[in-house]
Write a protein that binds this ligand. Structure first.
Ligand code: 13P
Length: 287
């Protein structure tokens, strides 16, 4: 069932758990995530970055592939297809292609411009019954080997964006995309609590889910996080499993070179990662 993220996140907020957003890259990724969500009876959000959308031959292909899989695999849990960190133009393109949800990442703009563009998208998505994620405070990450620690969100700016009527809000709280460096000081729960205090019922989003220790994830959920994004961790587990297959020489035995056989351990590894996250986030059985 393809749905917007609105209902699933409001229910997560009221039930004190979080729904996982797992980014997809191809058919194997999408299949692994959908099957695991179904097996665990959990709602799920498929994250699509602009780069992944391009790689998969456009947003339409992503929508058609996902709808085909939902039908073919008899997926009955709520599934949301969501643009991850989109530009304004990408958000429009995804809406036209049939995404059920988009993120407009205006965090790189001055707050007034972020507000103007987010306001336009609020109108558009509301009219179409789609969900919209906005961002305040840049989320760090690794670029050219250097880890940028990001920028914590200003709780007053978060309130201004939340009041526009977005569905969910990503606030930078010391989280970063990719692996966390050894000297990472941890999530800023003081900032998260201040954002929650200002934004009330707004479901909050935690990006950079890879590598955040379980106790910090639980505390973030307790303080109002309803959606947690995971990308790198699935990539690491997929690649490690495929590497093992090759290193074990399995591709050299019989028809072990068949790509469906080569990628199968990777698919199982993604499933195991997604299963572990759904369990930790508390969304199992909440479909
Ligand atoms: P990670 O790659 O660190 O898991 O972050 C994913 C993310 O936040 C996508 O928006």
């Amino acid at each position: 069932m393809l749905v917007s993220a609105k209902d699933m996140l409001n229910r997560a907020r009221d039930g004190h758990y979080a729904v996982g957003q797992f980014n997809i890259n191809n058919l194997e990724w999408t299949k692994a995530i959908l099957l695991t969500a179904q097996e665990m009876n959990s709602p799920v959000i498929l994250g699509v970055s602009e780069g992944a959308g391009k790689y998969m031959c456009g947003y339409r292909t992503v929508v058609d592939m996902t709808k085909g899989m939902i039908d073919n695999l008899k997926i009955t849990v709520p599934v949301c297809i969501h643009l991850d960190h989109g530009s304004y133009e990408a958000a429009l393109a995804c809406i036209a292609a049939g995404f059920s949800s988009v993120m407009f990442d205006g965090s790189k703009y001055p707050i007034e411009e972020n507000i103007t563009k987010t306001t336009e998208l609020v109108k558009l998505t509301n009219n179409l019954g789609l969900s919209l994620e906005a961002e305040v405070g840049a989320i760090g990450g690794e670029e050219d080997g250097t880890v940028n620690m990001g920028e914590c969100a200003d709780p007053d700016e978060c309130k201004r964006i939340a009041d526009l009527g977005v569905t969910m809000l990503a606030a930078g709280i010391g989280n970063i995309h990719g692996k966390y460096p050894a000297n990472w000081p941890g999530l800023r729960f003081d900032v998260l609590a201040a954002v929650k205090e200002k934004t009330g019922d707004m479901p909050l989003v935690l990006h950079g889910g890879t590598g955040i220790p379980a106790d910090m994830i639980r505390e973030a959920i307790r303080l109002g996080v309803c959606k947690i994004n995971v990308n790198t961790e699935c990539q690491i587990s997929f690649t490690a499993a495929v590497r093992q297959y090759i290193e074990d020489g399995k591709d050299l035995v019989g028809k072990g070179f068949d790509p469906r056989k080569v990628l199968a351990p990777g698919v199982e590894a993604i499933k195991a990662t997604v299963r572990e996250k759904i369990e930790l986030f508390g969304s199992a059985g909440k479909a």
